[in-house]
Write a protein that binds this ligand. Structure first.
Ligand SMILES: NC(=O)c1ccc[n+]([C@@H]2O[C@H](COP(=O)([O-])OP(=O)(O)OC[C@H]3O[C@@H](n4cnc5c(N)ncnc54)[C@H](OP(=O)(O)O)[C@@H]3O)[C@@H](O)[C@H]2O)c1
Length: 334
């Protein structure tokens, strides 16, 4: 059986130049492993970009390197020692270097049984898991706080806004397109939506939320980080979950100014970074919470309506996300 894969063949600035599609036979299954046919794969274009630029410090990229992190699929074969998962079951997998291929072989311990291999379960695990753990562990979000979320209509952001609303927070969602603002409106978790194409983000926050932001959840960086930092409440927490503007620029912006503590010391405020894989031990608990919330209707999961199909379309889907077009989670169907 042949397996089509998107692999990194060399480090480069663009996904097109860094990758190629290859076809290999599916290797033999180990006793504790599963063969999974991937049905949907999640696109993490900003993370991938760092990978094919050779800039993720904890990953050793040996060419050709299959990449992609999360997939949902159906079990095609099980190893002789696997007793907990059966052929035909739907599973979710989250492992760096596994997703951008038609079939994957993975340890049965790394597969989570799900009711259906749908894009919604793909979004919950791991994007939803990141939203949940970042709010709970890194932001230490408390009931009723004021939370400002950038890229709020993206895969991660739309779940962050809803989890914050479940804690009765005042939620401000920031986005960059009218259709994204409409999606946030439809979800109904934001008390204030700011489309930064229409309103000046720094000016609005200074006028409406000066000294009032308990938790700023930022995936954008640069001007967004500055606007959040300037308006933190006493003991406010600025959570850096992503750096989209910096990671899509040729290099990090060099700034000259007082060190970050100048603006937060007297407030006892802080800047904190979130990194999903460092909370691995808590993933099962986060998944359980999110799956239940989704199943009982307490959490809406939005998948980007753009249709991408086949390993060939991963590059297009990635470029779409990097162009800032995503509205919900960007996925590729296989
Ligand atoms: N730290 C972690 O462990 C972890 C885990 C998961 C995700 N993340 C990060 O969280 C962020 C959200 O991930 P996602 O997959 O759900 O993506 P996403 O939010 O669906 O897409 C990224 C969004 O960022 C905004 N953006 C602003 N400037 C951008 C730029 N220069 N290039 C691209 N996008 C830009 C755009 O929204 P607007 O137009 O509305 O601004 C865009 O839609 C990413 O930065 C990702 O790397 C981090």
């Amino acid at each position: 059986m042949k397996n089509k894969q998107l692999v990194i063949k060399q480090f480069s600035e663009t996904i097109g130049a860094a990758t190629e599609i290859i076809e290999c036979p599916v290797p033999k299954l180990g006793a504790s492993e599963l063969l999974i046919q991937n049905k949907y794969i999640g696109i993490n274009a900003l993370y991938d970009r760092e990978l094919y630029r050779g800039r993720v410090p904890y990953i050793n990229v040996a060419f050709p390197y299959v990449f992609g992190v999360e997939a949902v699929g159906v079990v095609k074969e099980v190893g002789s020692d696997v007793k907990t998962i059966k052929i035909g079951q739907a599973v979710s997998t989250v492992k760096v270097g596994t997703a951008y291929q038609e079939f994957q072989i993975i340890s049965a311990n790394d597969a989570v049984i799900i009711p259906d291999a749908t894009p919604e379960y793909l979004t919950l695990n791991p994007t939803g898991v990141s939203a949940y753990l970042a709010l709970r562990n890194t932001a230490e979000l408390a009931d009723g706080e004021t939370v400002v979320v950038s890229a709020a209509a993206g895969g991660l952001g739309h779940i962050v806004t809803q989890l914050a609303k479940q804690k009765k927070c005042h939620v401000v969602g920031i986005c960059g397109k009218p259709e994204k603002a409409n999606m946030l409106e439809e979800i109904g978790a934001c008390d204030r939506i700011i489309n930064y194409q229409e309103e000046d983000i720094a000016a609005v926050l200074a006028e409406e939320y000066n000294n009032k932001i308990d938790v700023a959840f930022d995936s954008v960086g640069s001007y967004m980080f500055d606007a959040f930092l300037a308006n933190l409440a006493p003991m406010g927490r600025l959570v850096v979950s992503g750096l989209a503007t910096e990671l899509t620029a040729p290099k990090f912006e060099q700034i000259t100014g007082p060190r970050v503590y100048e603006s937060i010391y007297w407030k006892g405020a802080s800047v904190r970074c979130f990194m999903n894989h460092l909370f691995k031990a808590q993933h099962p608990e986060a998944r359980d919470f999110l799956f239940k919330a989704y199943q009982n209707g307490a959490l809406q999961v939005k998948v980007d309506p753009a249709s991408f199909t086949g390993i060939e379309s991963i590059i297009e889907a990635s470029e779409y996300l990097l162009a800032g077009k995503s509205c919900g989670k960007v996925v590729v169907a296989l």
